[in-house]
Design a protein around this ligand. Structure first.
Ligand SMILES: Cc1cc2nc3c(=O)[nH]c(=O)nc-3n(C[C@H](O)[C@H](O)[C@H](O)COP(=O)(O)OP(=O)(O)OC[C@H]3O[C@@H](n4cnc5c(N)ncnc54)[C@H](O)[C@@H]3O)c2cc1C
Length: 262
């Protein structure tokens, strides 16, 4: 096989479509279906992209967003919208420049990716877990794959492998962090991974009880550290309060004030 893609999430399927224009491509997905995580994005609606210009897009990325410039130069948010339209998925824009499928169904995005894969004659296989990337003399030569049902193992020869195994959150969707292990075994350096989008837990019991179930839109959040005048972080968006409470006292030292609810 000329190119093998490990992982049938949005990154793997998109990579397969692109590679499929000039190569024979095989996608190996360890779950029984593709894009499990994609299906739960945006509460099942999939916030596909933003309509903001690329420069603003990048300035909204936490950390060092500038490294994404070269990727966005080749494929922009507008290209993504065009790609979906060509595959029959209409989109709509909502508050905050957010783009969603007009149908409000994340599955439409997944089906568009799968349709395009088929058009490019990409071979798609589920229940195939890659357990090792094989190399010889510092060159990739193939993969060891296990069938998750029969447990049978096989070797697939390929000199070009695209690792698209996702991160390590929501492991029930298949993103269990295999890619870090596979890459490390090949000699790559893996930076310490950490969560990016997390809930805030607070230790005030009554606040949780009184607010649980409350869902707010257009909320500005500010993190203020006692003794420092300027907020150390601020953001704007949606907020939902749940019953979670942190049992470790003093764990959550910051306090937040919801200053502007429009
Ligand atoms: C609750 C939630 C809501 C989100 N909402 C949005 C949103 O609205 N908009 C947005 O842009 N992003 C959203 N995201 C983020 C988005 O889901 C991810 O950025 C995206 O899914 C990453 O795509 P990926 O293809 O890199 O990885 P994944 O989607 O994680 O796909 C990786 C695939 O690789 C497979 N795999 C892993 N290991 C192996 C192996 N060893 N062998 C074979 N296959 C393997 C997995 O089973 C999985 O199918 C959300 C995430 C979550 C958790």
């Amino acid at each position: 096989m000329q190119v093998v893609v490990i992982g049938g999430g949005p990154a793997g399927l998109m990579a397969a479509i692109e590679a499929g224009k000039e190569n024979d491509v095989l996608v190996l997905e360890k779950e029984e279906t593709y894009g499990k995580k994609l299906k739960i994005t945006g509460k099942g609606r999939c916030n596909i992209t933003s309509s903001l210009p690329i420069s603003e897009f990048i300035s909204n990325i936490p950390g060092n967003g500038t490294f994404l410039y070269s990727a966005f130069k080749n494929f922009t948010n507008e290209d993504m919208i065009k790609f979906l339209k060509e595959e029959g998925v209409e989109v709509k824009e909502e508050r905050g420049n957010r783009i969603f499928p007009a149908s409000d169904k994340s599955d439409d995005v997944l089906q568009a990716l799968l349709r395009k894969c088929k058009k490019e004659q990409v071979i798609l296989k589920t229940n195939k877990k890659v357990i090792e990337i094989l190399s010889k003399d510092d060159t990739v030569i193939g993969l060891k794959v296990e069938d998750t049902i029969t447990k049978k193992q096989e070797i697939i020869n390929s000199k070009k492998i695209i690792l698209a195994t996702g991160g390590k959150s929501y492991s029930a969707t298949g993103s269990t962090g295999d890619g870090y292990i596979l890459a490390k075994k090949l000699g790559h350096t893996i930076v310490k991974i950490m969560p990016s989008l997390v809930p805030l837990e607070c230790y005030e019991k009554n606040l949780c009880r009184q607010t649980q179930g409350l869902s707010l839109k257009n909320v500005k959040i500010e993190f203020v550290k006692q003794g420092i005048k300027k907020p150390i972080y601020e953001d704007f968006g949606e907020m939902v309060f749940t019953h979670f409470r942190c049992v470790r006292a003093n764990y959550f030292k910051w306090f937040c004030s919801f200053t502007k609810s429009i």
